[in-house]
Design a protein around this ligand. Structure first.
Ligand SMILES: C[S@@+](CC[C@H](N)C(=O)[O-])C[C@H]1O[C@@H](n2cnc3c(N)ncnc32)[C@H](O)[C@@H]1O
Length: 426
């Protein structure tokens, strides 16, 4: 299978959100695993879409696809399993009276800065605050209390304003979190104790984010519209009926990271989750790309020749893998993705295009060419493969290449690519 090494959309400016922190609405909440609106714009241009054509993303993340489509006058639909990220996506598509928003944000700010704030239910829970002998904790108690008091104040805002205030407040609290999300896990800031985050740091960030949101709502009107559903794409997609002309999507990479863990603080802060049992329920609904929970074992394995070869190589190194469930996880991932690809085909308009943004992975020195395997799976569902365009190569410092000899390991890289598929031959 040929790879296009001269794909026109190459580099991190296409495959990451690194340039989005100045973009209106996008900047309200960004995630490390998101891609760039430039990539979505390239796909929209390539498919010559016009209002009211629909753009779909079953793995919405922080809403890059739906928002970009709505900014271009198109209609957008998305699905996202993480309820906090679904909320982020939905909020980026919403609008409200900004005079009222700014007036309410002053009340929330006053609550955040209150010298005698309410106690937070997260104090003493898990690693959320300092307690007992613990050497590290996510939030200083003053930060949790400022957040809690501010959160109560958001309830007094109008229903249209509330979601914006809550998003700004969660983002402000995360600025004052002692750890930051690095794409794989939460990592403590080097100097987190000296930072001594408090209600003033939360207030300062909140004021800035609330004013950014009001400014963006006024300056950038959405000419299209969108809706993002909160839930598991594997089940929700089967009940969808409206046909899309373009789907741009990036499923979880097959890299064994459980992102519901990375968003634990946001999920608890914004009340989407109240205990570990509820967090586990979200994990169980994610695509089977990690080994953090024990899933139902997969039953299918007919994912094409490249998969069959790769699965055999993986079984040969099974004894050396850091988790013996990895071969089953790989099989389960392609089982999930083949269900998604079949349903995408069913939902696609006659001339629709599908852009799948994926990365290869590696376990025990065996490379999993996820892009090629998904291309084969898609073709078996009826799609036509236009190309696999390489976006970039990435060094991989993790344990996945550890079993390779030193020289090979130094050169080993993972590949990020866009698998471009069409509903009819081109
Ligand atoms: C690579 S990220 C997508 C990022 C997105 N393109 C953006 O720019 O923000 C993959 C997303 O799929 C979501 N996800 C995982 N399993 C899912 C499922 N079963 N249904 C819907 N979304 C799921 C994850 O929570 C994550 O937000």
């Amino acid at each position: 299978m040929e790879l296009n090494r001269t794909f026109p959309y190459q580099g991190a400016t296409y495959s990451t959100t690194q340039t989005a922190d100045t973009l209106p609405r996008h900047r309200w909440y960004l995630i490390k695993e998101g891609f760039s609106s430039k990539l979505v714009e390239a796909a929209i241009d390539g498919a010559s879409l016009r209002s009211p054509d629909m753009v779909f993303d079953p793995f919405s993340g922080c809403g890059t696809v739906a928002l970009t489509a709505a900014q271009h006058g198109l209609s957008a639909a998305g699905i996202e399993v993480n309820p906090f990220l679904a909320f982020v996506s939905q909020t980026k598509l919403a609008t409200c009276n900004t005079q009222k928003l700014l007036a309410s944000s002053e009340k929330v700010l006053a609550a955040v800065l209150k010298p005698r704030p309410a106690k937070s239910p997260l104090e003493g829970y898990s690693t959320f605050s300092q307690s007992g002998e613990r050497s590290k904790w996510l939030f200083n108690s003053e930060v949790l209390r400022a957040f809690e008091t501010g959160w109560h104040a958001t309830a007094t805002a109008g229903p249209r304003q509330r979601r914006f205030l809550r998003l700004a407040l969660v983002k402000a609290a995360m600025d004052s979190c002692n750890a930051t999300a690095d794409g794989k896990c939460l990592r403590y800031r080097k100097n987190w104790k000296e930072c001594a985050f408090d209600r003033f740091s939360v207030g300062e960030s909140f004021e800035r984010y609330a004013s950014n949101i009001a400014e963006d709502i006024d300056e950038v009107r959405l000419s299209g519209s969108g809706i993002v559903y909160s839930g598991d794409a594997r089940s929700l997609i089967t009940s969808m009926r409206r046909r899309f002309r373009l789907c741009v999507t990036s499923p979880p990479y097959l890299n064994s990271f459980d992102y519901s863990d990375v968003y634990r603080p946001e999920l608890f802060l914004a009340n989407f989750v109240k205990n570990t049992a509820e967090l586990r329920r979200i994990r169980l609904r994610t695509i089977r790309s990690h080994v953090q929970v024990r899933w139902e074992p997969p039953t299918k394995s007919d994912f094409g020749e490249i998969y069959t070869r790769t699965a055999k190589d993986l079984r040969e190194v099974q004894a050396n893998l850091w988790d013996s469930h990895i071969p089953l996880m790989v099989q389960a991932y392609f089982e999930d993705m083949s269900l998604i690809l079949r349903n995408l085909y069913r939902l696609a308009a006659k001339d629709a295009q599908l852009w799948l943004v994926v990365s290869t992975s590696a376990y025990g020195g065996v490379e999993i060419p996820v892009d090629m395997i998904l291309a084969e799976v898609a073709v078996r569902s009826g799609w036509y493969l236009k190309e696999i365009g390489i976006v970039r190569h990435m060094r991989h410092s993790g344990h996945h290449w550890m079993r390779l000899p030193d020289k090979e390991r130094a050169e080993a890289k993972l590949r990020e690519a866009v698998v471009v598929l069409t509903r009819i031959p081109v």
